[in-house]
Design a protein around this ligand. Structure first.
Ligand code: TXA
Ligand code: MG
Length: 330
């Protein structure tokens, strides 16, 4: 498959020129994916949020191969994925709020950032040299079976070339990274469709670092207190303004169909090229968002993609965060 993101001219990486295997999600496929990961290879795998580009988080060269395959800046740290909350606690110092959130949302689409435990085996390249680490326990049964088989924390950013649209199917992964990674474990479409929500734990209280698959309202309800907004002091380094971007230009607040652009609708927008959820359901819209952007990008042929307004509550806030970044000046 030919990538749409123009990486064919960027050669010289150790991962280039591989024949990428598409693995079936049965016992043999999972065992093979785990063996590749334990041998230091880079393997894409599904979670309930998006496909991750996995590598052994304790192996600096495996982590370097993730950055190389994605062309990701090395100052942007990675999330370590583990199969259960117990293993997460062996890596992270969770305070009272961290424990509350872990109980409420793990396994699930929440990532916690906290100070590492002493002797944490995660390679410093994965944390970009920070003293904090991001950890997540995915809910996808397939992801958890794979993580159990690997039996080491697996570093995994979204499995797309840096800055591009996140993948929610194995085909999306291959459209961006075919030939650059050892394998993709094909578990079908992701059910949540947006990356995890990221919360940082600090002595002043929990901080929202990225909106995502768990809504802010749900997190605040579990904590019984408001989340602090990330100020200038604490930021997720990956929160660049331009991100999740199709090749085609993206225009927000599109209302009317127009021959000169494609229209991504919500809740039955008249004349929409595609509708994220004709019935106006935000969870359905989240699950469809990245696939819709991939499809519209393939159809665009130079035309801009206009996006209908999405309600800014619950998962709608996370969807609007991704759309603002997709529309930001590149
Ligand atoms: O749902 C997800 O979170 C997916 C799946 C594969 O698990 N992963 C994902 O990873 O979205 P990525 O690398 O695309 O985004 C991780 C974000 C980045 O914005 C990064 O800067 C932030 O997490 N991050 C990682 N470690 C951090 C740390 N120690 N402090 C603050 N932010 C951190
Ligand atoms: Mg990403």
């Amino acid at each position: 498959m030919v990538g749409e993101t123009g990486h064919s001219d960027q050669s010289g990486e150790a991962t280039d020129g591989l024949a990428t295997e598409r693995l079936v999600p049965d016992d043999a496929g999972i065992a093979h994916a785990a063996a590749l990961l334990r041998a230091g290879q880079v393997v894409a795998f599904p979670t309930e949020t998006v496909y991750g580009l996995g590598g052994d988080a304790t192996d600096p060269s495996a982590v370097a191969a993730i950055y190389a395959a994605k062309q990701r800046p090395r100052f942007n740290p990675l999330i370590a994925h583990v199969p259960d909350a117990g293993m997460a606690q062996s890596l992270l110092q969770l305070d009272h709020h961290g424990m509350q959130l872990a109980k409420a949302f793990w396994p699930g689409p929440l990532t916690l950032v906290a100070t590492m435990q002493p002797g944490c085996p995660v390679a410093s390249l994965a944390t970009a040299g920070l003293e904090t680490l991001a950890v997540r326990v995915p809910a996808s049964p397939l992801a958890r079976r794979l993580l159990r088989a690997v039996d080491r924390p697996v570093a995994a950013p979204s499995a797309n070339p840096s800055g591009g649209i996140s993948p929610t199917t194995a085909t999306h992964v291959l459209s961006g990274l075919d030939g650059r990674i050892a394998a993709v474990l094909d578990g079908g479409a992701c059910t949540v469709g947006l990356e995890s929500t990221i919360v940082g734990l600090s002595p002043e209280g929990p901080v929202l670092l990225r909106e995502g698959g768990v809504s802010v309202e749900e997190i605040e309800a579990a904590l019984g207190r408001p989340l602090r907004a990330a100020g200038d002091a604490i930021v997720a380094p990956g929160q660049m303004a331009s991100h999740y971007a199709p090749v085609a230009p993206v225009l927000l607040d599109g209302v009317a169909p127009d021959a000169d652009h494609l229209l991504l609708g919500f809740g039955g927008t008249p004349g929409a090229t595609l509708d994220l959820s004709p019935g106006g359901d935000l969870a359905e819209a989240a699950a469809n968002l990245f696939d819709a952007l991939h499809r519209l990008d393939a159809m665009a042929a130079g035309r801009p993609i206009a996006i209908a307004p999405i309600p800014d509550t619950g998962l709608g806030r996370s969807i609007n965060d991704r759309l603002r970044r997709a529309a930001a000046p590149r």
